[in-house]
Design a protein around this ligand. Structure first.
Ligand code: SF4
Length: 186
């Protein structure tokens, strides 16, 4: 993967994050907090898009310290981020989650991870897609896929609608969505 620096993150979140990661990103900015499942899903995705460990720590700290304070961040949350990068514990270099894994997760109350095509209500999904700039006609096609439980196809149609470009491979990984998008943006 290419490298993404902290200063570019807001921009690429808007242009190239799939809905599952946009949602987590926005909630983190709003609440200055994410529960464990969200920290894992977004954290590993950001690692996958090339955010270096130091930038990742700065990114999460900037948000979390507004909620729990810098000291508690260092004590309770920094470990988990270093862990994702294989710098703690068994030093496994954890890989970002595939669509299949995200779709099959079971977010509870107050969780924001998971796949919005599967886990959002239709009303919330329509609103989120509208915010991404999906036109009415494309939106109905996306909803149709969702109703038939073809979540990755729904995501592929969303990709095609917001990029005005086809995605013949289909979406099977959030990081693949990102890299396909970046190819078009270049
Ligand atoms: Fe994310 Fe994959 Fe769901 Fe798209 S289909 S929102 S990339 S989990």
């Amino acid at each position: 993967y290419a490298e993404i620096s902290l200063k570019d993150i807001n921009q690429v979140a808007k242009t190239s994050f799939p809905l599952c990661m946009r949602h987590l990103f926005e909630k983190l900015r709003e609440d200055h907090h994410l529960k464990h499942g969200g920290r894992m899903q977004l954290g590993l995705f950001l690692k996958g898009v090339g955010l270096k460990l130091d930038d990742a720590l700065a990114f999460w700290k900037a948000e979390f310290s507004r909620k729990v304070g810098a000291e508690r961040f260092d004590k309770e949350y920094a470990y988990g981020i270093r862990h994702n990068y294989g710098k703690e514990g068994k030093r496994t270099d954890y890989t970002p989650y595939s669509c299949q894994k995200v779709i099959s997760s079971t977010p509870g109350v107050g969780d924001h991870h998971g796949c919005p095509y599967r886990h959002f209500s239709e009303e919330n999904l329509r609103a989120a897609l509208g915010k991404m700039g999906v036109s009415n006609r494309a939106l109905e096609d996306v909803i149709d896929k969702v109703r038939n439980r073809h979540y990755q196809l729904a995501c592929t149609l969303t990709f095609e609608a917001v990029h005005a470009s086809s995605c013949d491979a289909g979406i099977n990984h959030p990081n693949q969505y990102f890299s396909e998008s970046q190819k078009i943006m270049e």
